[in-house]
Design a protein around this ligand. Sequence first.
Ligand code: ATP
Ligand code: MG
Length: 424
Amino acid sequence: MKIKALNGFKDIVPGEIELWQKVENTARDIFARFNFNEIRMPILEKTELFARSIGDSTDIVEKEMYTFIDKQITMRPEATASLLRAYIQHGLHVQKPIQRLFTIGPMFRHERPQKGRLRQFHQMDVEVLGTPNPRVDAELMAMGAMLLEELGITMSLEINSLGCPICRPGFRAALLSFIDDRKDALCEDCTRRSKTNPLRVLDCKNSACREQVAEAPSIQEHLCSECDKHFDAVQEGLKQLDVQYSLNKFMVRGLDYYTRTTFEFITKDLGAQAAVGAGGRYDGLVAKLGGPKAPGIGFAMGLERIVLLLQQQKEPVDSTQIDIFVAGLGEKASEFSFPLAHKLRRKGLFTAMDHEGRSLKSQMKQANKVNARYVLIIGENELKQGTAVLRNMENQEQQEIAVTSLSTELPSIILPHNTGCNPV
Ligand code: ATP
Ligand code: MG
């Protein structure tokens, strides 16, 4: 019996991985341009970390987490909680009062798998810790927009403010009384939510519920003066950076920790899975997890959804390109080629060779398959005469090179091609 991968868990194979690398490389480049440092955290954390930060009554904590119940540990469903745990544990605020951090990696949620929704999925997550400045909110959104733009993805940015512990209770009360008048028309989930987490009724996907809440009070009209000022300044910042956005009073986000600014990058091209990225400010969260009183803001983008969008564009992606294919013909030439290929790799050339003693025709076919820029042909006779033939695959020109100087001459004729990676 063949063993297959679990439902909702996917392999990323050559042919597809190139798109992932393109997205990750572009993201790393942009994050560096905005002065972010990378951090990597473990996949397993104490369950309590997520329950305390994301919130007990959220979909994630209520029904989506992969938890080892006997050990009270959980596979991270998102990155913010783990990143803050690391920030606090290592006293990163002492090293730098404002930390700008990013991480890229897998997350795990037990959801119904569908297009753009998996059980192991990948996020690029960025967080700025230690400043309440609304400019940072605008700067982060502008960075997300720049990343998607550089990848050629069209999206719209929607923003909202969820207020703070001072103004949200007033809005909650106004919303509850609005919901109370319509409670018989709401879906089962919303009836439950109206007791535990009434703001979530606003972003229910059910069309009947949407109709009911269309005229619901807007949190933007219930903000206290500080939150109002902050929200205005965020919008001013977005205008200064020329980032288009629209206001969405229904966007409440599914996690409890948000305060003030929340935002989503939305695409029209992925059906129901419309959010490519989302985030917001969480000014009380670091302190709630036992850290300093550091405000914070961040967002996460889903790699699967970005890759799907790129696949839909059907733009050709660069596949791996080999600098030189060493074609040794016959036992002796093959024996000679083996250490030669190693030397060329040491000098930085992307080198391929055949270990199976195949014919010249077959080796030329392999060279074409890996897009080799050059092929070095070493036959038994050539070896005896002390020369090898280098063929430029672009213009078919050939030249002879003395076998004794191959490892020194080849790297200067064939300059190693750019790998697309940034030197660290
Ligand atoms: P959705 O409304 O689609 O469930 P979410 O609000 O749960 O998204 P977040 O927790 O904010 O999403 O995560 C940020 C991003 O991570 C999303 O915009 C999406 O691109 C991606 N994402 C979230 N859950 C999944 C999943 N199960 N599979 C693939 N990508 C996901
Ligand atoms: Mg979700």
